[in-house]
Write a protein that binds this ligand. Structure first.
Ligand code: NAD
Length: 447
């Protein structure tokens, strides 16, 4: 193999494989080095397998609870092994798709663990490769807090729980963030007894408190929440915590640890080549350049916006910079989604951020039932749309939705914020009717 490349990418996840495709398409001779599976955590052990299993949970729920819709299906049961097989098949299909795309673009892929020799040479499987440009896209892994007993065999991370061979009878989720809520939703819908133990006074601290409270209210039907509860130790299958009422315990067959993720930056010799890196990630500027010329970083390993869609974009910005194109990473309109059942989705500034920054804003909120389509499909299930505008300029600053499958419409709000639309601009747009997206249009007319 010719060991000279224009670009070497460490990591074949969303940050890496997408950048490889863009770079190779533009004519750069590109090598991707991946130590596990192409597609990274998102495709193999995160976004895709969870969405596939959540689809099974949704079907199960609909089959069981649709009498109001005139559909009565007695004796509905779940076959976990089939749901599991479907997950494996979906992941495999997408992974083959990524490999095929890279092959079509003539990207070389090597399986192995890369290590820097110097800033333009990496070694993998005992072989050295040199290059003018390097992109570090090594992702993140679950954080394990120093709680006594956290290494108990019944404590799983999001990685191991995706391989579980049955629906656990009971589950304790430590950390009521995005990952915790997805799994709480999944397993509670499938019949597990689920308790979420969250250290802060409310779940998903990145959401506005009204969005988080509504989401929690919806989930409380099937999930118990211990809020403001600090986990003190884990003894086998029992979690000890303390909250405002004093010490307490909760036991379960399985414990999920979902208290955050941390950048993967160790074991590659990053410090040895003089890279500006800390446990918080590789330091990058808005062009995804590191402190070393010829070395860029993208995705979770930067510690900024740990989301697959942010990683894609960061990789593209890095490649644009390598090609001499003017582009920069912007963080003001990155959609965020909680894929629980129901979903919450938001983009732009939250109400709490506006207050903290002392910004003068006007906020309007409408129940989801203002959308005819929502009413037809979800009836009186609570949900709302909330829009935040700048009081002076009338520019759209934030859109936050909770209810149904609102993840599918939030990109539209992101486009409006990115394009700096004002209230009057949005009013002139035609939204398809009847769709849930009309909640944004309805709320805009409240200003
Ligand atoms: P998170 O940061 O979203 O949530 C972690 C939660 O754990 C927080 O609410 C925090 O207060 C709580 N916590 C921390 N220590 C605790 C303790 N000792 N006891 C009880 N609670 C504790 O982290 P996550 O859910 O693990 O997700 C990790 C990363 O992966 C996030 O950065 C997220 O953006 C990304 N991710 C995103 C999605 C999505 O967007 N849908 C899905 C999966 C992962």
């Amino acid at each position: 193999m010719n060991s000279e490349f224009d670009l070497i990418i460490l990591g074949g996840g969303p940050g890496g494989y997408n950048a490889a495709e863009r770079a190779a398409h533009a004519g750069l001779k590109t090598l991707v080095i991946e130590k596990e599976d192409l597609g990274g955590v998102c495709l193999n052990r995160g976004c895709i397998p969870t969405k596939t299993l959540l689809a099974s949970a949704k079907h199960f729920h609909i089959a069981k609870d649709s009498a109001d819709f005139g559909v009565v299906a007695p004796n509905v049961s779940l076959d976990w092994s089939r749901a599991f097989k479907r997950k494996v098949k979906t992941v495999r299909a997408l992974r083959s798709g990524v490999a095929a795309k890279l092959k079509k673009n003539k990207v070389t892929v090597i399986e192995g663990e890369a290590r820097f020799i110097d800033r333009s040479t990496v070694e993998v499987n005992g072989e050295r490769f040199s290059t003018a440009k390097i992109l570090i896209a090594t992702g993140s892994k679950p954080s394990i807090p120093p709680i006594p007993g956290a290494d108990s065999p019944s404590v799983l991370t999001s990685r191991e729980i995706l391989d579980i061979d049955h629906v656990p009878e009971s589950l304790v989720v430590i950390g009521g963030g995005v990952i915790g809520l997805e799994f709480a939703s999944l397993f509670s819908t499938l019949g597990s007894r689920v308790t979420v133990v969250e250290m802060l006074p409310e779940i998903v601290p990145s959401l506005d408190s009204d969005v988080a409270a509504l989401l929690r209210g919806r989930l409380e039907k099937d999930v118990a929440f211990k809020l403001g509860a600090r986990v003190e130790k884990i003894d086998g299958t029992t979690v000890s915590y303390s909250d405002s009422e004093g010490p307490g315990t909760v036991g379960a067959e399985v414990i999920l640890m979902s208290v955050g993720r941390r950048p993967v930056v160790e074991g590659m010799g990053l410090e040895d080549i003089g890279l500006d890196v800390s446990p918080k990630g590789v330091a990058v500027d808005e062009k995804m350049r590191t402190n070393l010329p010829g070395v860029w970083a993208a995705g979770d390993c930067t510690g900024k916006s740990l989301l697959a869609h942010s990683a894609y974009r960061m990789g593209e910005v890095a490649v644009a910079d390598m090609l001499g194109k003017d582009d920069r990473m912007r963080y003001n309109a990155i959609p965020s989604v909680v894929y629980s059942l129901p979903e919450a989705a938001g983009v732009g500034i939250t109400e709490a951020e506006a207050v903290k920054a002392g910004r003068e804003v006007v906020i309007k909120k409408l129940p989801m039932q203002y959308s005819g389509r929502y009413l037809a499909e979800f009836g009186q299930e609570p949900g709302f749309g909330k829009v935040i505008i700048d009081a002076k300029t009338q520019a759209l600053l934030g859109v936050h939705l909770v209810g149904g499958t609102c993840s599918e419409i939030i990109w539209g709000a992101a486009a409006l914020i990115e394009a700096e639309f004002r209230v009057d601009d949005v009013r002139e747009l035609i939204f398809p009717h009847p769709t849930v997206s009309e909640i944004i249009r309805e709320t805009i007319w409240e200003f």
